[in-house]
Design a protein around this ligand. Structure first.
Ligand code: C2E
Ligand code: CA
Ligand code: CA
Length: 704
């Protein structure tokens, strides 16, 4: 449907207006001409009638023949369009007259007449503008006789010109209408329809309908335009189709890429889990290895401490396994171990840990158990192992010995519990009792241990102990700013006894508190002596896990600080990472005591104790000492070097100082310098030396 504001209707309206104006103008001109002609005819008739009346009136006037004169007037007035005819004298007095009684003006004038005198009636009619008045003089022989009056009604002529006007308008209208319609149809076919086709084509493209062809029949610019438009439509269609295809391919590619990434991520996760598992598990039996058993034990110990429950550690060793291996070969030995592992798992609870420490040695951790039940479980395990093992080529029986240590009765830390279970296991083997619970007497039978314990008491009382000092060198300026105090024991009969031999025993027997107390006093006294000499050297001492749980420690530190007037960080306590991780919350708590805070702290043997970053952040330690096992071989072992580098970065990120111990050669020193290590300590500079040798050692180092 053609809308009112469409181009076609606008065009139609425009044409109509133009035609109307043109027609109006032409009608007006035509009508004016027609009117003028009619008017002219009217005048001509009026004049000739006037002249006719004047000429025929001469004779009757001359002879005063009124009858003839009247007849003439009547004759003239007989014409339909004549209103009146009269012959008047100089004073306009009618000599004869005739009025057309059928005429409306005459009728109205006569109805108003009051006298017999006709003159006023004629005067009134003469003045009427609707009546065309003619006056013709009647002359004869140069003498003026009278005037002939004729009044003509304009009305019939008006009607004539009105009729003519209607005719003209009708004709013009017909012509105009015809021209308008013709023009409309011509333009409709040639312009409006093509434009509509193009418009619809555009709309289709806007609506992504590319399949409808745009075509105009015929020739001309619009046909060409439609052809170009259609080509454009095809091109857009092609472009969009190929774009859609590319997009589809792209999205497929993206999907497969995402799938690959997911697969790879999963593979990596599995690989990571595997690596983590392998690091913690025995590849043969799949049981936790020593690392994981120790970790689990530490975890269970922390739990036992919190819940105030007991815990048992089993160490189990197969009897005659060496012989199985030697006679049946390693593959059979391995098969036996796998079978044993399976039976062990059957005999314990889900919450228990079964691990393989190496060879034929297994360990079990049983949380929340008392000694009596622990012994029953051990016997159950032995029963489980009783039936013969069917291996590939052989069937054989194996016995086993189990040693048990109990928390907290026999020990409170993982190292001693494992060691004590081991002592009990040897006893079980020796005794052929198969199951043995640790008793302190078992340890005492170890001759060295027995004597060392006695001797250490004496040593504390008789000054057999002394502190040696090992310099710690600051790499920034090659200066010795601190020394580590390492305990030395010279026994009159046994000679030098090194801390590794007696410190663990002292820790297990609780004597360590006395040893540490002695070390603290010595270190404070030495620090004061150096201060008095004008030498500002910090002294690092070593504290054990047991020292940290000694309730007297804070007061003792405060006492020593006052006694030796120590305000600065003159003394630093080194605590091993594993001692901290044994009970981190407690260590954090102790370290936050104001008296304890008068000492500085360092984490010792870092890298061996599986500490977590969250605890490291919480601990208020000034320094972290990388364990010497990583340093000693770091220039040959990339793995060690990587660990050292990572630890240095980590510690620096935490804003702490990094110390490397165990620096034995210049190569290691250079590498540590490159990695940005802050302080070093090791045989390369000096071993721990007695106090009287220390000055010359320091001088030598600083002159380097
Ligand atoms: P630690 O605290 O890690 O001390 C460092 C040990 O490494 C010392 O052995 C030291 O002599 C040794 N060392 C230093 N530089 C090098 C080096 O370049 N290469 C090698 N291979 N070793 C180096 P030491 O004096 O035998 O002490 C052994 C452990 O005994 C100490 O390890 C510490 O845990 C403990 N200890 C020593 N003195 C005390 C003490 O007074 N109290 C306590 N509770 N423990 C002590
Ligand atoms: Ca140390
Ligand atoms: Ca150390």
């Amino acid at each position: 449907m053609t809308r009112f504001n469409s181009l076609a209707s606008q065009f139609f309206i425009f044409i109509a207006i133009i035609l109307s104006i043109a027609m109006t103008v032409s009608t007006y001109i035509q009508f004016s001409n027609e009117d003028a002609i009619i008017n002219k005819a009217l005048y001509d008739r009026g004049e000739s009638l006037g002249e006719l009346l004047a000429s025929i009136s001469i004779e009757p006037l001359l002879v005063f023949d009124d009858v003839t004169l009247n007849g003439y007037a009547e004759f003239i007035s007989n014409q339909r369009d004549i209103v009146f005819a009269a012959v008047v004298n100089e004073e306009n007095v009618p000599l004869t007259h005739y009025l057309n009684k059928n005429n409306q003006y005459v009728q109205s004038a006569l109805s108003k007449k009051t006298t017999v005198d006709i003159k006023p009636t004629l005067e009134e009619l003469k003045k009427n503008t609707q009546i065309l008045f003619f006056e013709t003089p009647v002359n004869f022989g140069g003498k003026h006789l009278a005037k002939a009056w004729v009044g003509l009604d304009r009305q019939p002529y008006r009607q004539l010109s009105k009729n003519a006007l209607i005719k003209i308008i009708l004709v013009t209208l017909c012509v105009g209408l015809f021209v308008g319609i013709a023009l409309y149809f011509m333009f409709k076919r040639r312009i409006f329809e093509p434009i509509e086709i193009l418009t619809n084509g555009t709309k289709n493209i806007i609506n992504f309908e590319f399949d409808k062809t745009v075509k105009i029949e015929g020739t001309g610019e619009l046909v060409e335009l439609a052809d170009s438009f259609d080509q454009m439509r095809l091109q857009i269609k092609e472009t969009i189709e190929s774009r859609d295809q590319v997009m589809e391919e792209l999205s497929e590619l993206n999907d497969s890429l995402e799938e690959r990434v997911q697969e790879r991520t999963q593979e990596l996760q599995i690989l990571n889990l595997k690596i983590a598992h392998e690091a913690m598990h025995d590849p043969l039996t799949g049981l936790p290895n020593r690392v994981l058993v120790t970790e689990q034990l530490q975890h269970d110990l922390a739990h036992a401490e919190r819940t105030k429950t007991q815990l048992a550690v089993f160490i189990m060793d197969l009897n005659n396994f060496k012989e199985v291996n030697d006679t049946l070969g390693h593959p059979e030995g391995d098969r036996l171990l796998v079978n044993v592992a399976q039976r062990l798992l059957k005999a314990v609870r889900e919450s228990d840990t079964v691990g393989r420490l190496g060879g034929d040695e297994f360990a079990m951790v049983l949380p929340d158990i008392n000694e009596k039940d622990a012994v029953s479980v051990a016997n159950k395990i032995l029963e489980e192992l009783l039936p013969s093992f069917a291996l590939d080529d052989h069937t054989l029986k194996v016995g086993a010995s189990i040693g048990i240590s109990m928390y907290p009765e026999h020990g409170i830390d993982h190292t001693s519990l494992i060691r004590l279970a081991d002592v009990a296991m040897y006893e079980a083997k020796k005794d052929k009792t198969n199951v043995c619970v640790y008793r302190p007497e078992l340890d005492k039978y170890t001759p060295l241990r027995l004597s060392l314990m006695d001797y250490l008491h004496t040593a504390l009382e008789t000054n057999q102990l002394q502190l040696h000092y090992q310099p710690q060198v600051s790499l920034a300026d090659n200066r010795v700013i601190s020394v580590e105090a390492l305990i030395r024991w010279f026994h009159p009969d046994l000679g030098w006894i090194f801390p590794d031999q007696f410190i663990p025993i002292a820790e297990n027997t609780g004597l360590i508190n006395q040893v540490s107390d002695w070390v603290l006093e010595q270190a404070f006294a030495q620090w004061r002596a150096w201060q008095d000499e004008g030498l500002d050297l910090q002294i690092a001492i070593n504290l054990s896990a047991r020292d940290l749980s000694n309730p007297g420690l804070p007061a003792r530190i405060a006492e020593l600080c006052n006694k030796y007037d120590m305000h600065t960080n003159g003394i630093k306590a080194e605590i091993t990472e594993s001692a901290i991780m044994y009970n981190p919350e407690q260590v954090i708590e102790i370290m936050s005591e104001p008296d304890v805070q008068r000492l500085q702290f360092a984490i010792d043997d870092f890298g061996t104790g599986y500490s977590s970053l969250s605890y490291l952040k919480k601990l208020q330690v000034a320094e972290v000492k990388i364990d010497k096992s990583f340093i000693i071989d770091m220039i040959n072992d990339d793995n060690d070097a990587n660990i050292v580098k990572s630890v240095i970065d980590l510690v620096h990120n935490l804003g702490r100082i990094v110390v490397a111990e165990g620096v034995e050669d210049v190569g290691t020193l250079t590498q540590l310098q490159l990695l940005g290590c802050d302080k070093v300590q090791g045989y390369f500079f000096s071993k721990a030396v007695p106090v009287n040798e220390l000055m010359s050692v320091i001088n030598k180092i600083e002159k380097r």
